[in-house]
Design a protein around this ligand. Structure first.
Ligand SMILES: Cc1cc2nc3c(=O)[nH]c(=O)nc-3n(C[C@H](O)[C@H](O)[C@H](O)COP(=O)(O)OP(=O)(O)OC[C@H]3O[C@@H](n4cnc5c(N)ncnc54)[C@H](O)[C@@H]3O)c2cc1C
Length: 403
């Protein structure tokens, strides 16, 4: 009987094994995960779950019984230590498991602060796994003082939750502006003002020099502008790196992640990759996406291709972020944009439309699901949108879809 092994029991791994069964695969499936819990959704970790408004059980993608019912062997708390692509085996320490086909859905790993600047002090947290949040949550309470390092979406979401819980929050961003890597200045300005309105002290162009501590626990921070702050805990949101160590040791080709072809196959014929760890061809170049929709869609295509479908993965990037009572929805990829058109709604409702020349490539919509939906459908169908209509808040957007 054929044996498919999947390494990484996260969003992509769970989607992949479910799809294999859905599409009629009757062989053996083993899903191996390093974390001690069944596959769960990460987005609420920095939102409703950290806020204490979501039960742990609701994080799980499926009840644990699902895997047994589907005859999927779920190995939890089990870390794969090596892959032998020639012998077609994976090792978990001394245990060796043979596979016919293998999928890597190992996700990504948060960048940490070096120990030399206090990154190893107690009270310094990254935001990746359920265990990270469970260890941070007790500190997120009225009157404590938090330093958030990094003004990307993870740092800003953590700042919003902390501020809502009555924590005194300082956020430092080394770049000139928050969200610099991922969004236009207009979006940065919007979120800077939103956070300032909730009392968050955002310092841009300022980095962390070092953390100070007493008896192994963080108590303060020295910033690059020379200022010093007392802190009770630190949240590190300085980006992630694709989890490629296993693939690299196995000799698979890497290129900003595990390199795959359009179907999700790595440089080894029997090994596939999907989710945060995989880089794949996209519109003449190569990208790697860090999002739930990508993890699900790509994993499902890989599952089909492991069964011989021969389908290309055509990514339709979208993403979201929740901060306070603002829902940001992003459609498309803004890489290379040369112009941003603003569509101002009432109050906190606004959307920013990114163009390359006349071509619409992305939309950031705040509390404006209609702008998001229209933008997403236009981008997916390769259509653009007349900037004059977009910029006119009284103009209906829907006719753009028929143009
Ligand atoms: C706090 C937070 C908030 C987010 N918010 C959003 C959001 O709002 N919208 C959105 O679209 N995306 C969001 N994301 C991103 C999204 O969660 C990820 O893109 C998605 O989880 C990627 O799925 P994945 O399966 O590739 O990786 P993961 O879900 O990270 O799963 C990978 C799993 O592989 C395991 N693993 C790695 N190596 C091994 C090994 N050697 N042996 C066994 N197991 C191994 C890891 O322990 C992990 O459990 C957020 C992420 C975080 C952390």
């Amino acid at each position: 009987m054929s044996h498919f092994v999947v390494i990484g029991a996260g969003q992509a791994g769970a989607s992949l094994v479910a799809r294999l069964r859905k599409d009629g695969f009757e062989g053996k499936i083993t899903l191996i995960g390093a974390e001690p819990v069944p596959p769960y959704q990460r987005p609420p970790l920095s939102k409703a779950y950290l806020l204490g408004e979501m039960e742990k059980e609701r994080l799980f993608l499926r009840p644990e019984t699902f895997y047994a019912e589907q005859n999927i062997t779920l190995r939890l708390g089990a870390r794969v230590t090596a892959i032998d692509p020639v012998g077609k085996t994976v090792s978990l320490g001394d245990e060796v498991i043979a596979y016919d086909q293998l999928a890597l859905t190992t996700g990504s790993e948060p960048r940490r602060l070096p120990a030399a600047i206090g990154g190893d002090l107690a009270g310094v947290h990254v935001v990746r796994d359920l265990a990270d949040i469970d260890s941070m949550a007790p500190a997120v309470t009225v009157g404590t003082r938090a330093l958030i390092v990094g003004g990307g979406y993870i740092g800003l979401e953590a700042a919003a939750v902390c501020a809502k819980r009555g924590v005194k929050v300082t956020l430092v961003e080394m770049a000139d502006r928050i969200l610099q890597r991922v969004a236009a200045p207009e979006t940065s300005t919007y979120f800077r003002a939103l956070h300032a309105g909730h009392g968050v002290d955002i310092r841009e162009g300022v980095g962390l020099t070092r953390l100070t501590g007493t008896e192994g626990r963080v108590t303060g921070a020295v910033l690059t502008d020379g200022s010093e702050l007392p802190v009770d805990f630190v949240v590190v949101g300085v980006g992630i790196a694709p989890a490629t160590a296993l693939a690299e040791a196995a000799g698979l080709a890497l290129e900003n992640g595990i390199r795959t072809d359009a179907q999700g196959r790595t440089s080894d014929h029997s090994i596939w990759a999907a989710g945060d760890c995989a880089s794949f061809p996209y519109r003449g170049s190569r990208i790697r996406l860090e999002s739930v929709p990508n993890a699900i869609d790509q994993a499902e295509i890989v599952a089909q291709n492991m069964l011989g479908a021969g389908k290309d993965y055509v990514a339709q990037p979208w993403f979201w972020s929740d901060q306070y009572d603002v829902k940001l929805q992003i459609a498309g990829l803004n890489t290379g944009y040369d112009r941003v058109v603003t569509r101002q709604g009432e109050g906190q409702t606004v959307s920013f439309w990114y163009y390359i020349g006349d071509r619409l490539v992305a939309v950031d919509a705040m509390n404006d699901p209609r702008a998001y939906m229209v933008g997403k459908r236009l981008i997916e169908s390769g259509k653009s949108a007349d900037p004059a209509i977009v910029a006119d808040p009284s103009a209906d957007l829907k006719p753009l879809l028929k143009a």
